[in-house]
Structure formats: structure tokens, C-alpha cells
Design a protein around this ligand. Sequence first.
Ligand SMILES: [Cu+2]
Length: 227
Amino acid sequence: MLWPLLLFLASVLVFAERGVAQTPPPDTEMHHHMEHAHDDMRMDMEGMVMNENLDRLPRDCTTIAGTQEITVHAGKKYAQQFNGVMFTYDQREWQVEPCTKVTVTLVNEDNVRHQWMLHGLPRYIYPEGMFHIEVNGPGRKTGTFIVPSAKKTYLVHCDVAQHTEKGMKAQLKVGGGDGDLPSIPGITGPRQPDIYPAQWGLWLQGLTLAAGLVGAALVVKGLNLRQ
Ligand SMILES: [Cu+2]
């Protein structure tokens, strides 16, 4: 009677974890992009530019309205002025006019990899709706994209594990944007305090424990079978 119950709990746990996970693991996402956006990627030892767009007009733009150059510095030293921030950019908000061709240079001043990854662009031009510059260590990379006409605030961040949470988060506002994103160092606070429902927490802990028991039991059983 115990076995079916444990197996049921384990399957519920797998389902629950899928529901809880907000984003896929960075590695999985990276491999996914590499496979599907290969034609739109420039890569060398220093880093890469993904989904660059020099001439494809967003559908809501009749012409390229203008050009804008942005130089972003990324590094620990820009984080020192903020509490609880480890990495960030020297600027964390940019204003861009609609239908502008934007050229971004990412200057990495750290000995770790940093990215300038922008989300929410039209997917018919930019796979995954994303434009992305990455610099593997000290150095710089430049890439270009064209923004649509709509008033919108785009998320910019570094997707290296924990870097967003540690402060590498910014926003690019087109046409004044449509609001602010939370938790941008020096610009906005968190959306809400990090309070999690206690009952859900206990429920998940119970499931985790049950799944652990099932796993342990299966391992023991497997060992016994081999002998
Ligand atoms: Cu980073």
C-alpha cells in the first residue's frame, strides 16, 4: 500500500517543480538558442553577439527613425555603491526613440563572463524575442538591433547564473516606456517583499521528503538486486 502512494507523491513532486520553476536552467536555454539561432550569431574567443539586426524593419515602423549608440560598462566596481549588489552595469536605464537602430557596445571590466541581454523584441525578427551581447572576460563587443515603435519597457539583464539577482538588471525604454521593472539597482525597489506562503512551503517540503524516500528506496532495491 505504501509503494503506490510514494510513487504518486514523487510524480506530483515532478509536476509541482515544473510549475514552480520560473525559468529554464541557463545551460538548457543557452543550448537551445545556439541550436536555433545559429545563423544570427557571431562568436569568437572574446564573446558573441546574437540576433543582430542591421536592416530588418519591425512591422510597425515605416523607416528607421534614427540611430543611437550606447556604451555599457559591466563590472563589480559599479556595484560598490549599492547594498547587496555584486555585479551591475554603469547605467541601468536607457531611453530610445521608436524605430531607432540601436548599437550597443558592452565593455566587460571583470574577469568573469557578462552579458547584455534584452528581452521582448518581436519574435518574427528576433528568435526568442531576444538580442544578446556577451563578453567572456575583460574586453568589448558591439552589436546592433532595431526597436519597434510601441511605447514599451524592455528588460535587460545578464543571464549568467545569479548575476541578475546580484544586480545585473536594467531597462531600455522605447518611446518613454510603459512603466518600470522591479529590483533595478538605484532605480527601482523590489516588486514585493520575498514572502512565501508557509503552507505551500510545507507541502513542497513534504513532497521533497517523500520523493527522497522513494529515491533512496529505489537505490537500496537496485543495490540488493545486483548482489
Ligand atoms: Cu554577468
